[in-house]
Design a protein. Structure first.
Length: 171
C-alpha cells in the first residue's frame, strides 16, 4: 500500500510540475534530484534497445522502444532507480537508470548547419551537418557547442543541437 501511495504522490507531483511549466520545460530550474545529480540534465541512451515505459517500474507498459545507442535525452525526474526522460520530439516516459549513460551526445536539429573550426560565426567551415546527425558532445561555451561527428569535429551554434541545456557550460 505504501509503494502505491508513493507512486500516486509522485504522479501527482509530476502532473503538477508539467502543468506549471505548460508542459514545455523551457523554464525548468535545475536542482538536485534524489540521486544527487541535477534535474533536468542531459544523458544518452546506453544501449541499442531501450524501452520507454509509461511509469517508473517494469509493470508499466512499454510506449516506445529506442533503437539507437548514444541518443541524447533529457532527464526531467527521478524515482528510485527510474528516470523520466524527454526525447528530441518531446515524448516522455520512464527508463531504468542502468540504460542511461552520462556520456554526452547531441543531435543536430533544424536545418543543415555549418560545423566551424572555432566558436565564431565567421570561422572556417570544416563540415556541414544535416538534421538527425548524432555526434559526441565535447564542450559548450556561450552560444556554441563543440561536437565530434564521425571524422569531423568543430563548433555548432547551441540552438542547432539537442543535447545541451541553455547556458550550460561543458569543458
Amino acid at each position: 500500500m505504501q509503494r502505491f501511495l508513493t507512486v500516486l504522490v509522485l504522479s501527482l507531483a509530476i502532473a503538477a510540475s508539467a502543468a506549471a511549466d505548460g508542459g514545455e520545460g523551457e523554464n525548468e530550474e535545475r536542482a538536485a534530484g534524489p540521486s544527487g545529480q541535477t534535474v533536468p540534465r542531459f544523458v544518452s541512451l546506453a544501449a541499442d534497445k531501450v524501452n520507454l515505459r509509461s511509469g517508473p517500474a517494469p509493470r508499466y507498459p512499454v510506449t516506445w522502444t529506442y533503437q539507437k545507442k548514444g541518443l541524447p535525452v533529457l532527464v526531467t525526474a527521478e524515482f528510485e532507480h527510474w528516470r523520466r526522460i524527454r526525447d528530441v520530439d518531446g515524448d516522455e516516459g520512464w527508463v531504468h537508470k542502468s540504460l542511461l549513460s552520462g556520456r554526452r551526445h547531441a543531435l543536430v536539429v533544424g536545418e543543415v548547419s555549418a560545423l566551424r573550426r572555432r566558436p565564431e560565426a565567421k570561422a572556417a567551415i570544416v563540415a556541414r551537418a544535416e538534421p538527425g546527425v548524432l555526434g559526441r558532445l565535447e564542450a559548450c561555451a556561450g552560444d556554441w557547442c563543440r561536437l565530434r561527428l564521425d571524422q569531423a569535429h568543430g563548433w555548432l551554434p547551441r540552438q542547432a543541437i539537442f543535447g545541451a541545456l541553455p547556458g550550460e557550460e561543458l569543458k
